[in-house]
Design a binder for this molecule. Structure first.
Ligand SMILES: Cc1ncc(COP(=O)(O)O)c(C=O)c1O
Ligand SMILES: [Zn+2]
Length: 418
């Protein structure tokens, strides 16, 4: 009923085969279901009564035995109505899906709970990933929960401190390579082919993508099955935008929603091969050898899932845009200061992209828009401190503070005590 299918030539593989790309044509794989069978299964299930979380949707996941699920309580993140920010940007309805609320602070946990559950089903003992930071933090946590060994390969000096701290404290074997993420990914692909006992959990792994599609299901359910007009997603390796689109199309196939949103991908200007291909109408991307952006999570020049992402954007009638580091940092502050949502720079790129596309009128002001905020702001405290006003320092005396802040006379004690 459930198979891994090549997106290029359609060759099928069983769900028990450890295979990361098509042996015939080299393309990516995706999980395919028999949707009639799934529909019948859903009719007998109480899934709609379960609390919002990744595992509310366990019937939609390629998992054999729900009692073996490895979970840290992921998903069920807030879809925040952001009216103050919407007014500022000039759009009617804006929601932010705040993925920083996940157990390790990013959307990656949605994929890892499924990926590690699969690893446990396959009886592997060691898992590996290359990472710009969040994948390593998430994999390390879920591997710890499952009692598996975890190896993470990261670009030296190019991941945010919070993420590095997470991978280290969860007990992963952390290896820094001299090179960028694309080079790190190439090495883990090679290692996992050479050592079949080491299970690869980058987003090339189709089981991870299955977990991440739950983000779309949740948006539908949080909006009472009235999907937004548009979903804006930061894009790096392009697994997430592909996963989210898969989620929407599956709910549509199952007649749970009546329309589909336009998928809109945002990349940092110095790491934007997909946005460039979309904007110039090309069918291939031109990888960038030296990707550069302050948003280290999306500092990727050769996105592995570019084909899936381009397909998602084109099929949905969406678009893609680039944003500068300056625009990203401004958006990060704006979101924090108007809505109380502190997200990391990569996540703020969706807000920066929305702002730009509203200005160019590519997004209509009457649309209902969901921006995905992919990771928590505390992941990268250095940036937050750098872009904010420095704290003022005085002696611990009320008088000094009054003077410093320009406060008027002290409030009479009688009023204070009332
Ligand atoms: C915070 C954050 N946003 C966006 C992305 C990009 O996601 P994807 O690589 O699936 O496009 C990542 C990936 O690491 C991330 O950590
Ligand atoms: Zn193939």
């Amino acid at each position: 009923m459930i198979a891994q299918v090549c997106i290029g030539c359609g060759k099928k593989y069983t769900v028990d085969e450890i295979v990361y790309s098509c042996k015939r044509c080299g393309e990516l794989l995706e999980i395919e279901y028999d949707y009639d069978l799934l529909e019948a299964k859903l009719k007998k299930s109480n899934w709609q009564k379960l609390p919002l979380s990744v595992w509310r949707y366990k019937d939609f996941m390629p998992i054999r035995d729900p009692s073996k699920i490895v979970s840290l309580n992921e998903g069920g993140t807030g879809l925040h109505s952001c009216q103050r920010l919407a007014n500022l940007l000039g759009v009617k309805h804006l929601y932010v899906k705040n993925e920083g609320e996940n157990p390790t602070g990013s959307f990656k946990d949605r994929g890892m709970t499924v990926g590690i559950t699969k690893a446990a089903e396959l009886n592997v003992q060691t898992v590996i990933c290359a990472s710009t930071g969040n994948t390593s933090a998430s994999l390390a946590a879920y591997a710890a929960k499952a009692g598996l060994q975890c190896i993470v390969i990261i670009p030296s000096g190019k991941i945010a401190q919070g993420k590095l701290a997470q991978a280290m404290v969860y007990g992963a074997k952390v290896v820094q390579v001299r090179g960028n993420f694309d080079q790190a990914l190439k090495t883990v692909l090679e290692l996992s082919e050479r050592h079949r006992e080491v299970y690869l959990l980058n987003s090339i792994n189709p089981f991870r993508v299955e977990g991440q599609k739950s983000l779309a299901y949740e948006i539908c359910d949080q909006l009472n099955r009235k999907p937004p007009d548009r979903v804006v997603v930061p894009v790096g390796n392009a697994g997430n935008i592909s996963a989210i689109w898969k989620g929407f199309t599956e709910f549509h196939k199952l007649d749970l929603i009546k329309k589909l949103p336009k998928m809109t991908g945002i990349q940092a200007e110095g790491a934007a091969p997909i946005a460039r291909a979309i904007k110039t109408g090309k069918n291939e991307i031109t990888p960038i050898n030296e990707p550069e952006t302050i948003a280290t999570a999306i500092r990727i020049g050769a996105p592995v899932s570019w084909k899936k992402a381009v397909r998602a954007i084109r099929e949905s009638g969406g678009t893609a845009e680039t944003v500068t580091d300056k625009e990203i940092l401004e958006a990060q502050k704006m979101l924090a200061r108007t809505e109380g949502l502190f997200v990391e720079p990569a996540s703020a790129s969706s807000i920066a992209g929305l702002k730009k596309l509203l200005e160019t009128k590519e997004i209509d002001k009457n649309e209902v828009v969901v921006c995905v905020a992919t990771g928590h702001g505390l992941k990268d405290p250095d940036i937050a401190i750098k872009i904010s006003e420095k704290p003022l320092t005085v002696d611990a005396e009320a008088g000094f503070i009054e003077k410093l802040l320009g406060l008027s006379q002290p409030i009479p004690a009688t009023i204070v005590s009332r």
